[in-house]
Design a protein around this ligand. Structure first.
Ligand code: ZN
Length: 344
């Protein structure tokens, strides 16, 4: 499971460029399902058939990650970029990045003025991403174009998956490659499931939950779950009052999130999750969060409404080059989902 997370975390997949991640998952999951398709939007939909008189259940995890795309190349060969998804400008500065082109990968660094030539006032200022640029080593615009750099290329953080200590691991894009691992492993491990299960690896979640919207409409499931990550409040600089879930204490079960554009989880699903966790002694944490939301919010509003719940992995430092999770939370999430599906 750690190896799969490593592969998925290291793979590039900024919103709209999910192919590499999709290929890894497809290869992994083929032997365990009855149908595989990629729909018009690019969602990977795999289905395990159940009994005809049993419900259909959609499990969604998004493939895409936050990152950058090429906006402009200047005459000296420097690359300017747009953010894709929510990024804090300060986390970008001086990072090593990878530009993915038709000719393969090129590395670049987000450059800045050295401290020696900064004015006193500049020390206290956050440098805005609009003032940043990527140095790819090109000597001119022509040189950059010869490398294959063009408008719209995806740019990802050059982060490598790393084990920090025991089950605690670091890497980029755990939002939501951690959820993808949970979904793949659930499909592999579930036995004796009577319901039809659609595992949907969605595209473009970070830019408006788009893949979830079209795939839920197409599948029209009886019940649904989104599997994603949530913010852990257990490190310096944040308080449990702001983000009351901890890493290592089991998946966060979202009661509500995202305020008016988020989800209020369907009671019928919440009860099922709570009962299963209790019956099998699986640790869970309930979360009523503010800020962000997940694919679950749009799936729930599909057609005449679909009872939907959200299972989230507590994750530190999401939407930065290096996030941190506890593998034990993945294990508990898989266990919870598998038991729930087997009892449906
Ligand atoms: Zn996410």
């Amino acid at each position: 499971m750690k190896q799969l997370l490593e592969k998925l975390s290291n793979a590039p997949g900024v919103s709209g460029h999910e192919e590499a991640v999709k290929d890894i998952i497809r290869a992994e999951i083929v032997p365990y399902v009855n149908h595989i398709e990629v729909d018009t939007m690019g969602n990977l939909i795999v289905t395990r058939d159940g009994d005809i008189d049993k419900p259909s259940i959609m499990l969604a995890a998004h493939l895409d990650e936050v990152g950058l795309i090429v906006r402009y190349i200047d005459n000296d060969g420097y690359v300017f970029f747009n953010p894709v998804g929510g990024l804090f400008d300060q986390t970008l500065l001086n990072q090593k990045m990878v530009v993915h082109t038709r000719n393969g990968k090129y590395f670049g660094v987000i450059g800045s003025k050295p401290p020696h030539v900064m004015k006193a006032a500049e020390y206290d200022k956050v440098i805005k991403k609009d003032d940043m640029f990527l140095d790819i080593g090109a000597t001119s615009k022509k040189d950059a174009e010869k490398m294959g750099i063009e408008i719209g290329n995806q740019i990802t953080f050059d982060s490598r998956f790393t084990v920090l200590h025991d089950d605690i691991v670091a890497g980029k894009a755990f939002d939501n490659r951690a959820g993808c691992v949970v979904l793949v492993e659930t499909i592999k491990r579930m036995k004796d499931v009577k319901a039809t299960v659609h595992a949907v690896f969605t595209v473009q979640e970070e830019v408006g939950l788009k893949g979830a919207k079209t795939s839920a409409y197409k599948l029209n499931p009886d019940f649904a779950f989104a599997i994603d990550v949530t913010i852990a409040g257990d490190h310096p600089g944040i308080s449990m009052k702001e983000a009351p879930v901890k890493m290592g204490a089991g998946p966060a079960i979202i009661v509500s999130d995202g305020e008016s554009r988020g989800i209020i989880a369907s009671k019928i699903i919440l009860d099922r999750i709570k009962n299963t966790a209790e019956e099998y002694n699986i640790p869970i944490q309930l979360e009523a969060s503010g800020g962000g939301t997940t694919d679950g919010a749009l799936i729930q509003l599909t057609r005449a409404g679909i009872p939907t719940g959200v299972i989230s992995i507590p994750t530190r430092y999401i939407h930065t080059p290096h996030s941190v999770i506890d593998m034990k939370d993945l294990e508990a999430s898989i266990n919870l989902l598998t038991k729930m599906l087997e009892s449906w």
